[in-house]
Every structure is written in structure tokens, then in C-alpha cells.
Write a protein that binds this ligand. Structure first.
Ligand SMILES: [Zn+2]
Ligand SMILES: [Zn+2]
Length: 356
């Protein structure tokens, strides 16, 4: 089966919460940047009547409505627990005070639940607190936001000099998901949980210096960290059907996370081939004689294959490779490129689960 790849941006704020752009401004930026699907995730508010296709004459973008939920009554020590909910088609804010009930209500409504920025550092220089996920006893969510551009930006802000340096050089911010988030993800999947990784900007387009600088414009974010989703057929131009197809693919983990600033990641593929059939990222395949993992990169780059969080194969420069599987485990791929003075994470695949 051929995969039809779309670029999905899952996490954006507008004037309906603490973002500084309207839906129309965000969608214009998405069209400029060439994103196929944008999902709005304002804090504890679902805005009706926005979902749909928008066009600038030559390109189109599908707008979807999610939410980013948290308990507004939580004290300082409980700040965080931001949950991204997709596709529920109802207002979930009444459940926001209780993370487990919120996840359960999201699933009952046919939606998806992802833990937003599970590790989020404070940035005291700019007066920003930490909003990590804290309630690890919660069960039933689909996945985690492995890579969040705003959390990574906050981690860079150790002084005002850093604030200025990175605010003016957006491309230097992104290096990859936090190592502790990668380790956490590997730990969850190694213990048998299916956890889908997504990545996004958490864009707010905050005006600074009297409105003369925007940290950062939406279009800059849409050219950087995205979630690439693989669909069994192209988007049809019909809102409800396309929405269902995008969310079904995300629920299945048919996706990878990429920083498209390092070069478009379109075309990356990771699949497993065995006697039982073909598995895409996110799928499970039984180990038999002759299961092979096949990786194709969009361009030559440094690549690592990991099994249960441990590197089992690496190449300093590769474009394609195949790896014969000897052991069951959770396999995933990381790709790096050298740019702006250091190695930077380019592509992080979702895992393929090879079971005994
Ligand atoms: Zn958040
Ligand atoms: Zn957010």
C-alpha cells in the first residue's frame, strides 16, 4: 500500500487563549509555509465553525479544532498537566480539573489524547514557569508531544543574552527532543504501552519590544517542527472524511516528527516487511524468519536505529538501509543533520513494535 504523506501541525494558540494571531492569520501562515493540516489548540476552549478547508487560490489547508486542557484551579506546585485533545467534536473543558476523567471523556467522545510538553523547563529570565506533565498515573492516552518548540526555546533562555540571541535566530533553537523525553518514551514502550509521538510548535506569536519583534511568527514555526502523517489515500477535500482519516492515522502512529528547517523531511519512510505482511510506523508485526526493517531518508544524513531505546545500527551517512530483525522489541529511527554549528535532530520516527 502506498502512503500519502501530509504535513500536520498539531499545536497552535490564537487570540482565543494566549496566542496573538487570529485563526485567519494562522491559516495564512500555514498556506505560506506549505503545511497541509493545522490544528488549533487553545487553552480550555473549543471554537465552533472554524474547521474546514481554506485556500489562497493555489494551495489549500485543512483547519481542525482541538483543545489544550489543564486545571485552571491547580496551585503552583501542580502547574502543568497540559493535555492535547483532538477530534472530540465537543467541549471538554468541564473535565479539565481531573486529568484521568478528561482522558476518559475524550476517548468516550471518539477523540485522541496526547500529553503536551511532558518535560517543560522554567525560564525565570522571562518570568515563565514550568508546565510539565506530573500525573503519570493517568492511563489511556494515545501518545506524547515528543518535541515542543516552545519548551525547547525556554530551555535555551539562561540569560537575557540568550533570549536576544535565540529570539533573533529562530533556526538555532531546535536541536531535538529533550533526552529525558526520549528516554521516557522508550521506557513506556519497552514496558508494553503503545505511545504515539507527535511534534509541534506550541506557537503563540508573542509580540515583544513594543510589538516590533514577534517571538516567533507562525510561518517560522510551520517551517520547523511538524508531524508528518501517512495516509492510505490522499486527502479528498471533504472536511469530515479527511478529519477522520488524519485522526485515524495519528491514533495508529502512522507518523513521524521532523524539523523541516533542516530540509523538507517529506519522503522519509520506515517500515517492516515479513511473512505476515508489511508494518508501517506505529504498527505491530510478529517476528518470524525474515522480518526486515527498511528505512529511506529524504536525503543523505546520519541515522540511528534503536531497539528498546538502545542503538542497534548506525551510519554516519546513509540514504537507504535494510536491517534484518533477530530479536523482538520496539524499533525506531533517529536522523541527524549538521547545521549552524552542531548536530541537530532532523527526523524521529514512530516505533514499529516487533512482537515474539
Ligand atoms: Zn501547554
Ligand atoms: Zn500550548
Amino acid at each position: 500500500m502506498t502512503a500519502h504523506e501530509i504535513v500536520f501541525h498539531p499545536h497552535v494558540h490564537t487570540v482565543y487563549s494566549d496566542g496573538h494571531g487570529t485563526h485567519a492569520q494562522v491559516l495564512r501562515a500555514a498556506l505560506q509555509a506549505g503545511v497541509d493540516v493545522v490544528q488549533f489548540t487553545d487553552h480550555n476552549v473549543r471554537v465552533e465553525g472554524v474547521e474546514g478547508y481554506y485556500t489562497d487560490g493555489t494551495r489549500r489547508v485543512l483547519a481542525l479544532m482541538g483543545e489544550e486542557m489543564h486545571d485552571r484551579t491547580a496551585g503552583p506546585a501542580e502547574q502543568g498537566n497540559h493535555l492535547l485533545t483532538f477530534g472530540a467534536q465537543m467541549e471538554l473543558a468541564p473535565y479539565a480539573e481531573h486529568p484521568q476523567r478528561l482522558v476518559d471523556a475524550t476517548l468516550r467522545a471518539g477523540g485522541l489524547a496526547f500529553l503536551a510538553h511532558p518535560h517543560d523547563p522554567p525560564a525565570p529570565v522571562v518570568g515563565e514557569g514550568a508546565f510539565p506533565w506530573r500525573r503519570w498515573e493517568v492511563r489511556g492516552y494515545h501518545g506524547i508531544e515528543l518535541w515542543n518548540a516552545m519548551s525547547e526555546f525556554k530551555a535555551r533562555l539562561r540569560s537575557w543574552a540568550h533570549v536576544l540571541f535565540y529570539a533573533l535566530q529562530f533556526h538555532r533553537v531546535a536541536r531535538g527532543p529533550f533526552p529525558q523525553t526520549l528516554a521516557l518514551w522508550d521506557d513506556l514502550t519497552r514496558r508494553g504501552q503503545r505511545v504515539v509521538a507527535i511534534g509541534g510548535s506550541d506557537a503563540h506569536a508573542i509580540p515583544k519590544l513594543g510589538g516590533r519583534v514577534r517571538i516567533f511568527p507562525y510561518a517560522a514555526h510551520f517551517r520547523a517542527i511538524n508531524t508528518h502523517v501517512l495516509l492510505p489515500q490522499p486527502l479528498q477535500g471533504q472536511v469530515a472524511a479527511d478529519r477522520d482519516a488524519v485522526y485515524a492515522a495519528l491514533a495508529a502512529g502512522h507518523a513521524f516528527v521532523a524539523n523541516d528547517l533542516l530540509g523538507s523531511a517529506r519522503g522519509f519512510r520506515f517500515r517492516a516487511q515479513g511473512a505476515a505482511g508489511t508494518a508501517w510506523m506505529g504498527d505491530t508485526l510478529a517476528l518470524d524468519r525474515g522480518v526486515t526493517l527498511q528505512v529511506r531518508l529524504p536525503a543523505r544524513a546520519r541515522v540511528r536505529l534503536l531497539r528498546d531505546g538502545q542503538e542497534v545500527f548506525a551510519r554516519p551517512q546513509a540514504e537507504v538501509f535494510a536491517y534484518p530483525v533477530q530479536q523482538p522489541g520496539v524499533y525506531r529511527v533517529e536522523v541527524y543533520r549538521h547545521a549552524w554549528g552542531r548536530w541537530r535532530g532532523w527526523i524521529f520516527s514512530n516505533p514499529i513494535y516487533i512482537r515474539p
